[in-house]
Design a protein around this ligand. Structure first.
Ligand SMILES: Cc1cc2nc3c(=O)[nH]c(=O)nc-3n(C[C@H](O)[C@H](O)[C@H](O)COP(=O)(O)OP(=O)(O)OC[C@H]3O[C@@H](n4cnc5c(N)ncnc54)[C@H](O)[C@@H]3O)c2cc1C
Length: 378
């Protein structure tokens, strides 16, 4: 097993918490990863795989088990399902933002709005990463994964991964185990060949975030640059010098509630209907029409409400922290719980519980954490 000397997980996670695990293993090739996982599973001890550590909240005690770092890299271009598309098969340990940069460079559209999200490609489907109306579900074709139950490697189509808002059958949600314990070895995306030219942007949410009108035309490079700048202003691009980015991104998910419950919240609380974001009119060019009409918008009775608004309006402002605590809300964005330097997991958990309690007593709903929690309780 490619074992290395264990280091504190605080050094390998962006929230900067976690003790020294019993064992740390690094897999640089897919074959190595498969071998290591089969060996670890045969032993039956606790384990988890680690990508960029940007969606993990790890407890202070030593993790009594094996941590497997996924460090496989590489992109293979395959033919797309149509001449205007290309498929990319990407190894799980590849840096997500490096992939986005590469697609922009190659003139391939589909993930450019997700520029600047930290972490690895293999972790992206686990919580169906997304930003500004783009989610990986929109371009994901399939993943190659290995199941813990059988130790077998298989190709699984995206439709079987239960991809939803920050969720999939692979995600270890707080308080439950994944429906399908498995490790992703590679990810295949299908992207549109649009080149370096300018064109109108389809998504209203992205246009809104970037201050564009429906008929404004911009290039992929322009979108990437402006998304990165917008995210940086909110502390949502990792920066070793800026403690506002020493976080797991949004610590709480936007809450999904019934329309009836949403009506009990103040009108000012931002809310969005669940379901795919569709522009009012979808025009399909005759040349691209393959005889299949997209499904009509689904009537939904659920809405997503802004966790950031709920936190701020429960009386917690940006930068909030307890006296002497080294954990605090980001000074740029209330959804990010940040480590202001050497904070323990206990300090961050104390802050998280306080946020939950304040929101629950003001608005009657319990915010759910977005990161995966390991050996730590809220
Ligand atoms: C500053 C900042 C901004 C962020 N912004 C966003 C955002 O805009 N949108 C968004 O969706 N997320 C965002 N995140 C969260 C995070 O970046 C993503 O969830 C990312 O996909 C996590 O990747 P990772 O490699 O760091 O995963 P890790 O944190 O290493 O792991 C997360 C979980 O996935 C599992 N996992 C990791 N690799 C694999 C694999 N190959 N197969 C199966 N399971 C695996 C781990 O065991 C763990 O349970 C942000 C985080 C930070 C710190």
């Amino acid at each position: 097993m490619p074992e290395v000397a264990p280091v504190p997980l605080a050094q390998l996670t962006t929230l900067r918490t976690g003790g020294v695990p019993t064992r740390l293993v690094e897999a640089d090739t897919s074959a190595e990863l498969v071998t290591v996982l089969r060996e670890v599973w045969a032993e039956g001890a606790p384990w988890f795989v680690l990508g960029g550590g940007s969606n993990l909240f790890v407890g202070d005690e030593a993790f009594e088990g094996t941590v497997i770092r996924v460090r496989t890299t590489g992109i293979d271009e395959l033919p797309g399902s149509r001449p205007e598309t290309a498929r990319l098969r990407v190894q799980a340990g590849h840096d997500w933002d490096a992939l986005v940069a590469e697609t922009v460079e190659r003139g391939l559209a589909g993930i450019e709005a997700m520029s600047g999200i930290p972490g690895t490609v293999g972790a992206a489907p686990v919580q169906n990463v997304g930003a500004y109306g783009q989610e990986i579900v929109q371009t994901l074709v399939e993943v190659e994964l290995i199941d813990e139950s059988s130790g077998e490697v298989s190709i699984v189509p995206a439709s079987e991964l239960g991809l939803g808002f920050r969720t999939s059958v692979l995600k270890h949600h707080y308080g439950s185990v994944p429906e399908r314990p498995a490790v992703i070895l590679s990810v295949t995306l299908e992207l549109e060949r649009v080149g370096a030219g300018e064109r109108p942007i389809a998504g209203a949410q992205l246009r809104g975030a970037l201050g564009l009108d429906a008929d404004d035309a911009v290039s992929l490079r322009w979108i990437r640059d402006h998304v990165l700048a917008t995210r940086a202003r909110k502390g949502m691009v990792l920066d070793a010098e800026d403690p506002d980015t020493w976080s797991a991104g949004s610590f709480f998910q936007n809450a999904i509630v019934s329309e009836a419950f949403a009506r009990t919240l103040p009108e000012a609380c931002p809310r969005w209907p669940m379901g795919p974001e569709l522009d009012p009119v979808t025009v399909i060019p005759l040349a691209a029409f393959d005889g299949i009409l997209p499904p009509p918008p689904v009537e939904t009775r659920e809405v997503k409400v802004s966790a950031a608004w709920l936190i701020e309006n429960a009386g917690l402002s940006r930068g909030f922290r307890f006296p002497r605590s080294r954990a605090g809300l980001s000074t740029k964005h209330t959804l990010a719980l940040t480590n202001r330097g050497e904070a323990t997991a206990a300090e961050i958990a104390q802050l998280a519980r306080f946020v939950q309690q304040r929101v629950q007593s003001e608005f009657g709903l319990l915010l759910q954490p977005e990161p995966v929690l390991i050996d730590v309780e809220l």
